[in-house]
Design a protein around this ligand. Structure first.
Ligand SMILES: O=C(O)[C@H](O)[C@@H](O)[C@H](O)[C@H](O)COP(=O)(O)O
Length: 258
């Protein structure tokens, strides 16, 4: 396990998305070369969507064997299946509809008009079962890469500072009610599930993220700063633009990168 993060700082958010897309394509191709398949956990939010759009626009995307890629989500807004607010609907529009995925390997989180209706806890338990079935050992797969957007309050997935979800130590997926970011009802992986990933990549861009990034890297622990509890078994990578990195203490700040 490695809680020690590596920081990569790019000039701006556009370059950050391009570089993260190149990095993710390479990581998927490497995992598929080694084991035949790869698994990635997607995030909602602007930076996650920009990364997917950059993959869609990259000629290198054809190097990925899309039919042998498992996709999961770190969190989802608990709304109807075709609601444009859904992270999965946005991911499909940015990339997933344009590549030849195997639908059986695209593991969307349940929607509020699904078999569990508005029972978000039952829907979360259903997703936990799906994860457990796909796991070789333990309650969730050892995802190759798990992506997380970082919120301005240091939330990741739908784990908000001080909320019950961030304190969860047993369940791998929780229903979230009363989220401070709309919509209020959500489904989220928990920190223990996130920490099963080989690599966790956190994305943050813009000056409104500078306090959150500095706090999560130096601050009060995962209950108050959930992003600081997100790390992988092999690697934890913070992919930032200069504005989001601006308040990181100099002793943690990496050499300048473009
Ligand atoms: O529902 C969502 O949007 C995501 O669950 C959330 O965790 C998001 O990734 C962060 O808030 C960062 O979002 P941005 O990349 O848009 O800043």
């Amino acid at each position: 396990m490695t809680a020690v993060p590596q920081l990569v700082v790019h000039r701006d958010k556009e370059l950050m998305a391009q570089a993260a897309a190149a990095r993710l394509i390479t990581r998927i191709v490497d995992a598929q070369a080694a084991r035949g398949t790869a698994s990635v956990v997607l995030t909602g939010g602007r930076n996650g969507n920009a990364l997917l759009a950059a993959i869609a626009a990259s000629p290198a995307r054809d190097a990925v064997d899309w039919a042998r890629l498992d996709l999961w989500w770190g969190d989802e807004r608990f709304v109807a299946a075709d609601d444009p607010d859904r992270n999965a609907v946005q991911a499909r529009a940015e990339l997933l509809d344009a590549v030849p995925l195997d639908p059986a390997r695209v593991h969307e989180m349940p929607a509020s008009d699904g078999v569990d209706g508005s029972d978000v806890e039952a829907a979360a338990a259903r997703y936990a079962e799906e994860l457990a079935k796909a796991a070789e050992r333990g309650p969730v797969p050892a995802f190759d890469v798990l992506l997380l957007g970082v919120g301005p309050d240091t939330h990741v997935a739908s784990l908000f500072p001080g909320h019950p979800g961030v304190r969860e130590t047993e369940l791998t997926v929780v229903g979230v009610r009363g989220a401070p970011k709309p919509p209020p009802t959500r489904i989220s992986l928990t920190l223990p599930a996130i920490r099963a990933a080989r690599e966790v990549w956190l994305l943050a861009a813009g000056e409104d993220k500078a306090d959150a990034v500095a706090l999560a890297l130096t601050g009060p622990g995962e209950i108050q700063a959930p992003a600081s509890g997100a790390y992988g078994t092999a690697r934890t990578l913070w992919l930032l633009d200069r504005a989001a990195a601006a308040k990181i203490p100099p002793q943690l700040y990496p050499p300048a990168s473009a």
